[in-house]
Each structure stands twice: as C-alpha cells, then as structure tokens.
Ligand binder design. Structure first.
Ligand code: ARG
Length: 586
C-alpha cells in the first residue's frame, strides 16, 4: 500500500501549487510550512521570495492566498504579519486523512528514503561483573533505537560488545583450575540468573583476596593470562565457562527488562582478537599510528593532558598487550567491511566520549570511516540519586540493576493493586511488571540522553505528569470506552464538524510520522516520548470537553470513537517503539 500522505504534506503541496499559480515568475518555491499556535499551519516562504522578486511581501502573500482553490483541504488562508500566511484546514480534510491513516497498518508512517544498514552497539555488560545503572541506560536507549530504526525500514545489526577479555581473567581462571567445582550448579544444569551471578561474585571476591595476599598465586595468575592469550585450549575452555555463566545472568536481566537479546549478536571484545595484529599492522604501515616509547600510538592536535603534552590513543602497549582501543578499531573494520554498515551507532556513557572521539578519528584517517560510512556515539549522561549525586547505595556502593528493577516492579504493583482491587495476584504481578519496567524505561527515554537524570521511583510511577503510567493509563481508559461502546464501533464521518479539542488531537495524530522520523534521524528517542506525552495530554483535554458515548448524534458518537481508537493505536505503536507495553486494563 502506498504511504498515506500526512495532512501537513498535502497542505505543503497545495500551497506550492498556489505559489506557482500566483507567482509563476518565482519558479518552484518552498512555502516553508510550519505548525503554528495561531492557526493550524503557517507558511513563511513568501518573505524570502519577495526579496528575490523585489516585491511587497504582504501583497505577494495576498496573491498566493487568493489563488488557493476554495472549498478544499484549506479552509482559510490569511495574510498576517510582514507576509506570512496563516492556514486553517477543513474539518473534513482532518477526518479524511485520519481515516486513510487508520486503514494503514503503519498508521501512515512512511519508510525512510535513505534506508541502509546501521550497526548499533548497545547493552554491553562485563563478564563476571554485576550490571549497574549505566548498563541500564545503554540497554534501554539502544533497544528503543533498534525498534525505531527498524520501523523506518533501516536494516539494523545489533552488537553487544560485552567485556569478556582482559588480564582479570588470569586470576579467575587460575582460581577455577585450583578449585574446579566452584562454578558447578547445585541441581544439575538449571541455574537461575541470580544464582549464576552470586557464583561469579563469590568466585571473583575469593580469587581477588588470594591474588592480593598470596604472591605465588599472583604469579600463577599472571602466567595464566599468557596461556589465555596464546590460545591454550584448557584455559580457553575455563574462560568460556565464565562467559556462559555470565550470559545466564545477563539474559535473565534483559528478560526482566522485556528485551530480546539474541546470542549471535553478542560479540564481545574477545570476538575481535584475531583481527588485532592486522589492525595494528595496517595502522602502522599507513603511518596513522607511530611508535612512541615502545607503544603504538595515534596522536591528535587537539587532545592534550593537563600538562599540555599530547595524550595519544594507545593501540598497542609497550609490553605488546592490546587494549580497549585496538578492539574497538578492529570492530569498526569488521562492522564496515564484513557487516556492510553505512552507519555505526554506539550507545555508551558520555564518560567514554574522548575514547570514541579518538577511535573514530583514527578510523577516518585509516579510511574505514568516510563521508559515506559514519560513526556516532549516542552518549548518555549519568544516573543520579535523589540527592543529585551519582546513584549509590547507602553504603556508597554502585546499585545493582536487578535490585532497582525489582523495586520498580514492586512500587508499580501497589499502584496497580490500588487502582483495580478485583485483580488476582497473577494479574497484579503481570501488570505491575509492565508498569514498573515501563516506568523505568520511560524515565530514561523521556529526557534527552545526553543529560544526567535523577532516578526517582516515586515520580516514575506517578499517575500524573510525564510518566509512562500516565500514557498507559490513557491507553487503558480508551480501551474501556471502546468496550463500553458495545456494538457501536469506531467509524470516521467526514461530514461531522469537529470541536477545537478534536481538531487539536487530530492534527497531532497527523504528526506521528514526523515524530518517528525525528527520533530516528537524530537518534533521539525522547522526541518520540515527548510526542506521545502530548498525544495523551491532548486526548485528556478532548475527553474532558467532548462527550463520546453521549454525543448528540449517532454519527458524532462513531466519529469520536474513531478518534479514540486511532489515538489508542498511535499510543500503542509509539510506546512499542520505546519498548514499553500498553496493557488493555490498568
Ligand atoms: N564498543 C564499545 N566499546 N562498547 C561499549 C562497551 C561498554 C563497556 N563494556 C562498559 O561496561 O563500560
């Protein structure tokens, strides 16, 4: 089915036609249509045109207004200010556009013109370590971006760049060599995520204590690192056990977050080992990297330390070891050359911005990135506690992500229980989870990613204000109206006149495609969240001003039900793009 044009694009077209009819000497010109508070739209393009034609802008605007055909989409075109046009569309045009939209599965959202392949690096926790709130942000923002981009027709390849390599594994593996049963599961093969993590945590702590207190163990652990790096089979098999055990835990957390993470997309740091030598060789031979004090380095004019000395990106250390940067550079080669990426997106904490700036610049110098293939860091800010300081437990430790999620679910469950007292325990649990997880995701997605935000559960699960609960509640309320309507179904009636709050709601629904496009092209899910919040708010106004089931004529009842239904579908689709459920009842 051909995409349903938005009312805005129809109006744009009508005005462009009127422009060329009234001012043929101007050639094809953009009317520069904007949404407006004074009327439905405003066209500002005539001002620039008047300059070009050396005419009086108000007079030219009057000529354009006069050549708009009467009785069509445009109800009123009025000259205002120095030569703007204020445009009001007809009620009929609103209802007809919405009705075409309602008949389309995609709700009229067009596919992007320039779809390509995006590789998105997100949800990247570290093996044998707890997941914390920083991992939450990467997962939530990344998951929303995947959904939004896929919806616009982009091919998306997910990469979970987990921290599964490094010298710390020497200590862990050596401990497991000496205590072979430490990772065994209590009852055979089944192990819960929590149990897996507590196994890993215990092992980490005991081996760390031994490492710090026993110099002989420390030496054995150091030799184990060499075995690991040289690919010793037994060592690798033990390393794999840590990775597998950690994945059990990660997947249980992602599952709680209602996110599908697929095993083949988990390509951690270790996945690029086989490329590191070659990456360094290419960089050195092309002169992008140079040897400095035994290390292989890339220098930048604008990156200097506090002492004014240049701070290089170290690709290979003087002891021959590779670090985070060599891995990221190899990953870029892989993503561009093997996965065919047109765009690379990294959903990573803003505190790693300097690293990515240097890595991207190095990749450009090497020719892996260029005008056609671009990389961006979707950098996010820090999660703060209510006190405005980085989020910590009372004991000053980083907060475990699972504990936070459980608390959110618990709070949400009590909100649900209060609202609907006839629910069974299972129903409360299910809805509480959808509301609690939705609240956590929405709080993250509704502020611009770059900003820090306060993790405040009371505010997150509030029924009032810019929260997911408010949106879910609006959705559930609409479902209840539709149920109450019984046999009377939603049905558009273009001849029925619209009240101001119906027009405002309808015109906002018309903007859905624009909101998705803005969120996709700028990697800004908060623009979609803001759109949805406004949608729910306009619906609330409509609902308080316009009786639905008690409207004066049967056609108006059906038309209002139609608006309700389309609002609900738009809310549901928009929330789904953010990874948030919309239960039919709350
Ligand atoms: N390609 C990347 N470097 N991705 C980000 C990895 C994030 C890292 N594992 C961390 O926990 O901080």
């Amino acid at each position: 089915m051909a995409p349903v044009p938005s009312l805005a694009s129809t109006v744009q077209q009508r005005l462009a036609d009127a422009l060329s009819a009234a001012l043929p000497e101007a050639g094809p010109a953009d009317p520069l249509l904007r949404r407006s508070d004074r009327a439905d739209f405003q066209a500002n393009g005539i001002l620039a045109l008047a300059k070009k034609l050396k005419g009086n802008p108000r007079e030219l605007a009057g000529r354009v207004a006069a050549s708009v055909p009467a009785g069509g989409v445009l109800r009123e075109v009025e000259v205002s200010g120095p030569g703007f046009l204020n445009i009001t569309v007809s009620d009929r045009a609103i209802t007809e556009t919405l009705s075409a939209r309602a008949a389309d599965d995609r709700l009229g959202v067009p596919l992007a013109d320039a779809a390509g392949t995006t590789v998105i690096d997100y949800a990247q926790p570290n093996v044998a370590k707890e997941m914390h709130v920083g991992h939450l942000r990467s997962a939530v923002i990344g998951d929303a971006m995947v959904r939004i981009l896929e919806y616009t027709g982009e091919k998306v390849v997910r990469r979970h760049h987990i921290g599964d390599w490094g010298t710390q594994f020497g200590m862990l593996i050596q401990f497991l060599v000496e205590h072979p049963h430490e990772l065994d599961h209590r009852d055979g093969d089944t192990v819960s995520g929590e149990e897996a993590m507590s196994n890993l945590d215990r092992l980490y702590k005991t081996s760390r204590a031994l490492f710090d207190s026993d110099p002989e163990f420390k030496e054995r652990a150091r030799r184990r690192v060499v075995d690991l790096q040289s690919g010793d089979e037994r060592t690798l098999a033990l390393w794999q056990r840590f990775v597998d055990e950690s994945k059990i835990y990660f997947y249980s957390v992602f599952d709680k977050l209602d996110m599908a993470i697929h095993d083949p997309d988990v390509v951690g740091e270790s996945g690029y080992n086989h490329m590191l030598d070659e990456t360094c060789r290419i960089l050195e031979e092309s002169g992008v990297a140079v040897r400095s004090e035994g290390a292989l380095c890339v220098f930048f004019d604008d990156v200097k330390g506090p002492d004014g000395k240049p701070v290089p990106l170290i690709v290979r250390k003087s002891n021959g070891g590779y670090g985070y940067a060599a891995t990221d550079l190899s990953a870029i080669r892989d993503r561009v050359q093997n996965l065919g990426a047109d765009r690379l997106v990294y959903v990573v904490d803003a505190r790693q911005s300097l690293h990515f700036k240097m890595v991207f610049e190095t990749a450009r110098r090497a020719g892996w990135l260029n005008d056609r293939v671009k990389a961006v860091q979707l950098a996010f800010g820090t999660v703060l506690g209510k006190d405005g300081k980085p989020f910590k437990t009372r004991e000053g430790e980083t907060v475990r992500l699972v504990d936070l999620l459980d608390e959110a679910i618990e709070r949400a469950s009590s909100v649900v229980r209060e609202k609907a007292q006839d629910l069974s325990a299972e129903e409360v649990a299910e809805r509480g989870t959808q509301v609690g997880i939705g609240a956590v995701k929405y709080a993250d997605l509704s502020t611009s990613a770059a900003r820090d935000y306060k993790f405040d559960l009371d505010q997150m699960v509030s029924l009032h204000g810019d929260t997911s609960v408010y949106l879910q509640y609006a959705y559930a309320r609409i479902q209840s109206i539709l149920r109450k309507a019984g046999d009377v179904g939603p049905q558009a009636h273009a001849e029925v006149g619209l009240a101001p709050s119906e027009r405002a709601l309808g015109l906002h629904i018309d903007r859905f495609g624009e909101a998705v496009d803005e969120a996709a092209s700028g990697y800004e899910p908060h623009k979609l969240a803001a759109y949805l919040y406004q949608l729910a708010s306009l619906y609330t106004t409509f609902y308080s001003e316009c009786p639905v089931l008690k409207a004066d004529t049967p056609a108006r009842v059906e038309n209002r039900l139609f608006l309700c239904d389309l609002t609900a579908r738009t809310l549901q689709q928009g929330m789904a793009l953010l990874g948030i459920r919309t239960p039919a009842r709350l």
